[in-house]
Design a binder for this molecule. Structure first.
Ligand code: NAD
Length: 309
């Protein structure tokens, strides 16, 4: 049986690291594509040359030609500019919209059945661009942000309580940006909500650190933004899709009335399987949480309106 095929668009930090994770897990053959000549070829060859040592058989090809991406099962979109210090995700809006539109049009044309996993920021707005450019149904255009934001929250919870990250669970909903909604009530250690394990001010501090998680890394790196954890997040989604795992993960999907939002990509828990977003997993929100979620959706709507002008 032929291995699945994943195209990773953008051979920068997030893209190359995502390609590495996919190939080294033996999950799929990988095509790494970028606009810069030589960059995907060099990184692709380098990754392929690691295969004998890592001991996997996945093929890795670097290219500038979309013909090589034809017949992909999943397309991960990481091409675009990364945030620089002092730059908000939203500053990236117009430039990255142009890039995402162009790459998705080219990739979708030769992989009409693929599932698109969007990573490029500003995430929720780029999902709108990708859906529009591909013409794919909402089940096959899914944004990666909630997995990363939840992973950051879990890291901080585990450190705070001195427990294994493996025994933590966290839900971060809403847009990927300053209005994200960490749901502490549903965030647990071994099933116990952190609101029962930590005083309210510590919970709030962890929530705030999570919401600023991207900026914290940008501030430290000074050039570029986070990529190990984002690539791990993209990998988790691709794996859930290709292995039909029915994972329940927080992802940006186009809501159609769920959570009281219509026609916008916002982060919510969904079931991910071989056909992409198989179901929105609706959970009860308190009035405060619903209001925060709505603010987050409003922030996404503003960006989409800017794009429409
Ligand atoms: N959703 C998230 O949670 C999350 C997390 C981290 C990063 N990001 C975003 O992911 C994107 C990539 O980040 P990075 O750190 O890998 O950046 P990077 O600068 O290292 O890589 C981006 C790559 O995109 C390529 N590119 C630019 N225009 C292109 C085009 N038209 N066609 C093909 N390739 C093109 C560049 O040549 C570069 O290699 C950024 O938008 C960043 O903000 C999102």
């Amino acid at each position: 049986m032929a291995r699945d095929k994943v195209t990773v668009i953008g051979a920068g930090n997030v893209g190359a690291t995502t390609a590495q994770r996919i190939a080294e897990a033996g999950l799929a053959d990988v095509v790494l594509i970028d606009i810069v000549e030589g960059l995907p070829q060099g990184k692709g060859l380098d990754l392929a040359e690691a295969a004998p040592v890592v001991a996997h058989d996945a093929a890795v090809l670097g290219t500038n030609d979309y013909a090589d991406t034809a017949g992909s099962d999943v397309i991960a979109v990481t091409s675009g500019l990364a945030r620089q210090p002092g730059m908000s995700r939203d500053d990236l809006l117009t430039k990255n919209a142009g890039i995402v539109r162009s790459v998705v049009e080219q990739a979708a044309a030769v992989s009409p059945e693929a599932i698109i996993v969007v990573v490029t920021n500003p995430l929720d707005a780029m999902c709108h661009v990708a859906m529009d450019a591909s013409g794919f149904p909402r089940e096959r255009v899914i944004g990666m942000a909630g997995v990363l934001d939840s992973a950051r929250f879990r890291t901080f919870i585990a450190r705070e309580l001195g427990v294994s990250v493996q025994d933590t669970h966290a839900f971060v909903l809403g847009g990927h940006g300053d209005t994200m909604v960490p749901l502490s009530r549903y965030s647990t250690v071994a099933g116990v909500p952190i609101t029962e394990l930590l005083p309210a001010d510590r919970v709030r501090a962890l929530e705030e650190r999570t919401a600023n998680g991207g900026a914290e890394i940008v501030g430290l790196l000074k050039t570029g933004s986070a990529f190990y954890a984002p690539a791990a997040g993209a990998f988790e989604m691709v794996e859930a899709i290709l292995l039909d795992r029915k994972r329940v993960l927080p992802c940006a999907v186009r809501l159609q009335g769920e959570f009281g939002v219509d026609g916008l990509f916002v982060g919510v828990p969904v079931v991910l399987g071989r056909s992409g977003m198989e179901r929105v997993f609706e959970i009860e929100l308190t009035d405060d949480e619903r209001a925060a979620f709505q603010r987050s959706a409003d922030a996404v709507r503003e960006l989409v309106e800017v794009l429409g002008r």
